[in-house]
Structure formats: C-alpha cells, structure tokens
Write a protein that binds this ligand. Sequence first.
Ligand code: URP
Ligand code: ZN
Ligand code: ZN
Length: 470
Amino acid sequence: MTMLIKGGTVVSATGADPAEVLVDGETIIAVMSPGSDPALSAESGAERVIDATGKYVIPGGVDCHTHMELPFGGTNASDDFENGTKAAAWGGTTTIIDFAVQMAGQHVRDGLETWMDKAEGKCAIDYGFHMIVGEVNDDSLAEMDKLVDEGITSFKLFMAYPGVFLSDDAQILRAMQQSSNNGAMIMMHAENGIAIDLLAQQAFDRGDTAPINHGLVRRAEFEGEATHRAIMLAKVGAAPLYIVHLSASEALEHVARARNTGANVFAETCPQYLYLNLEEHLGAPGFLGAGYVCSTPLRTKHEHHHADLWAGLRNDSLSVVSTDHCPFCMKDQKELGLNDFRAIPNGIGSVEHRMDLIYQGVVQGEINLPRWVELCSTTPARMFGMYPQKGTIQPGSDADIVLYDPDNSWTISVDKHHMNMDYSAYEGIEVSGRVHTVISRGQVILENEEFKGRAGHGKYVPRGLSQYLT
Ligand code: URP
Ligand code: ZN
Ligand code: ZN
C-alpha cells in the first residue's frame, strides 16, 4: 500500500521543515518539499493520505533500554513483550532494544534463546537485543564474537549486584579486550556494588528499612567512582563504552571529561533522573517510595543533578534518553521489600512516557525540537547499529513514523496508561503534546487514541556495529 503524509512539519536530528512523506509498503520512498513533485505527491497516487496539518512528523522513537519480563529479586518485570511493546507504541516508540540475560551457570547462547522465545510472535513493534553477560569466562567471551556476527552487537556488564551479576575488574577488562577486537559496545551498570552492599547492610542493621534507604546507600560517589573506573578500564582495553542509566553529576563529570578527550565513551540518562527525586519520590510516606526504587537511584533535589543532566543532554555529554523500563506492581512485587528495602525489586516503568516527558524539555526550553528527535530516535538507532533503517525519515528507511500533536495536553495517570503497573511513577504530571498517529513499517498501529496494531507485527532487527564511534 502507498501512503502520503502531508501538511506536517518533518522533524529530524538537524532541523524541522514542512515536508510530505511518501511510503510504499514498509518503506519510506520520498521526502518532498510540499508541492515540489506534483507527480509523487498527487493525492490520487497514494492509496491512503494522512493529513498531518499542525503536527510534527518524527521518526518513531527508539528505546534502547528495556527489560520486558526481567526476572529480578524473586519476581518478573510485569510487562511481557506483548503488553510492553503495545504500551511503547501508545507513547510513540516503534523500536525497543531489550536485554537478553545470561543467568548464572547458563551459556550466553541459552540466555539469548530464552529471550528470543519470550519475544517471538508477541511484539507490536520491532525489537532487538543487547546481551547481559552474567558470567565473563572463556565460553562467554568466545560466544560474544559469534553474537556480533548475528546482530547482537552490545553487551551489558555490571559493577553492582555482587553475587548476582557483578563482574570484577579483571572480568570487565577481559570483556573489553574482546570487544576491542570484535567491535561490540560494552554497556556498563556503573555503581560500586560492593561498597553499596556494605552500607545497605549497616542501614538494615540500624533498623533503617524504608525505601528511601535504597537511595541513601547507593551514593552518588559510588556511581562517580565506578563510572571513572569503567572509563579507565575501557581506555586500557581499547573498547567503546556506553554508561547506562546515568543519574549523578559525579558520573556525568567523568563522561564529559572522557568525551572531551575524544574517547569512545557515551552515556544515556532516563526520564526518572530528570523529573523525580530522592526526597519527594523515594522518600514518599509509608511504603509509597518503593514505586521509585530503581538503580542507579533517584538523586537528591538539593544538589544539581537534574540541571546538570539537562545541560549534558544539550552539550552531548549525554547522547541518548532511554527508559530502563523495568516495571513492577506495588502489590505482591514491590511489597516483597515491605520490611527490607534491599528486597524491593529494582525498576520503574515508563516505556509509554519517554517521548512525552522529553518533549517537555522542548516546551520548557531545555532542548530544541531536533535535539528531542536526536536523543529519542536518531542517536539510539546510530549508537546501536540500526541507522538508517531506524531513527530517521529518509528514502529507504523503515516507515516508522509518529505524528505528534503539540497542541494537545493531558495528565499522566495510572488510570490512563497501558503498562502493566498498578501505579504510575509520573502520576499527575501534566504533559503538553501528545502522540496522535503511530506508523510501524507502513502499518498504522495507533490513531486518534485507538490502538490498531497487533501482537506479532513487530519483527526482530539484527543490528550492525555502532555507527557513533569516532
Ligand atoms: O532498577 C533498574 N535499573 N532495574 C533494571 C536492571 C538494571 O540494572 O538496568
Ligand atoms: Zn543496570
Ligand atoms: Zn536496565
């Protein structure tokens, strides 16, 4: 089917201009100045014409950090691939990159197959995988090379969670040496987990069991130290490094310094670190703060973390906004830690809200319109080897297109969201702008607040190496 999207303003990472977009089947075949090519844009020529008057026409969002069904702390993240990808579509995201997990004692390959099976036939939008390497050893290192050839080109390691996922410095360096040869990106959860666990035990022994202690013991200094250590190890290992879910100014400082030297060091932040804080959210009365337990944790509002992160998004110290979508319900899930903050499953769900929340940065003057698209669509696609198939509106790219209405406004609430969560971390936040139409590979999957997609439409996307390296 051919489709013409006309009357809108096409926003790319470099600008915003009135343009018409012509789609044939799953692919964009032309982007034209209005009226510039009457033969191509003639309405009679297209089987469907979509009127985008007053709307921004943007490349579908690419959320490069999600955890559908992640097993964590004795439970599983509450969105499966079907529900989570539908929720993503509601929020204007048309591609996710989720994390397949090598569990302790398991072969990397088996971990990947488990995640492939979980996603197969379920997704409403396209998806790829990073691989969490739970055990760095000869077997997993050799497997990394094979996975790169098969389109898994990024590997997450942890400096946190001793006894579960933590890799020691020698293991990290070995993985970096491997990726230096095979070209893969090393993604790092940078927090000093051994020091955190000591403070967590001491807090618990004192009787400090409430959710806020999760944030108090996961000190910003520990994120800064681990980020610096990861950067130094990557320098020695000659590997590209991507710091995930960066929340603290102390960590940002190290990333900015490394990037100023031209190193292949990158970082993402997430909406929770831009909008939520330790005192009001993690420290909410009673057990409500459990809904805000995630790692790295929310930071204190009394320091400059929020302002520094926005500045980092402007000056490219931070290259990407992802969600780290890892939802848990309060009932029966977050409640596992009622008497011990250490047992609260870590994670916040927001796959549905990323595009809207970061658009508020445009409304508030923190970033401009092209930077919104760059942070949420174009750079994640380039960073993880999906560009120009994803992340851009240009001839030859997948027709993943969102019509965004800047004149609509609404309020985020658990009653309205589509994620499988019994609360919203963003309850009551007023949003200017709203997703109007979502097109995934040429199919309209959401229109006028009606979901029209289906589980199984989403395809697995094998990825190339990062296209963001210098
Ligand atoms: O709290 C978080 N971030 N949960 C998901 C796992 C991770 O470390 O990304
Ligand atoms: Zn992490
Ligand atoms: Zn994560």
